[in-house]
Design a protein. Sequence first.
Length: 117
Amino acid sequence: VQLQASGGGLVQAGGSLTLSCAISGSTIRGRPMAWYRQAPGKEREFVAGISGTGSTNYADSVKGRFTISRDNGKNTVYLQMSSLKPEDTAIYHCNKFALRIATLTSWGQGTQVTVSS
């Protein structure tokens, strides 16, 4: 399975970005998916998740600012990010949802998001 995240970049605080994650080698239909991020010097953390039926959940730090969605036909997961803050700066990855991130052993390249103050 390949996970190709894209859409990152440099943005000013308060700005917006939309990330995409194209999955190949396996269908995402019916599978819970999620976005995670890893800031420099910090552990990877959960950002947002979406169930196979479209229910969503978010980390408290991004609730109300980020929106996760999926397009099963395109085998793609999205993350709309608004009101970005410098603390959102990280490499963002998508992967299947897992209660314990440590159980996820295969990661794509990720996409860098940098928010300037």
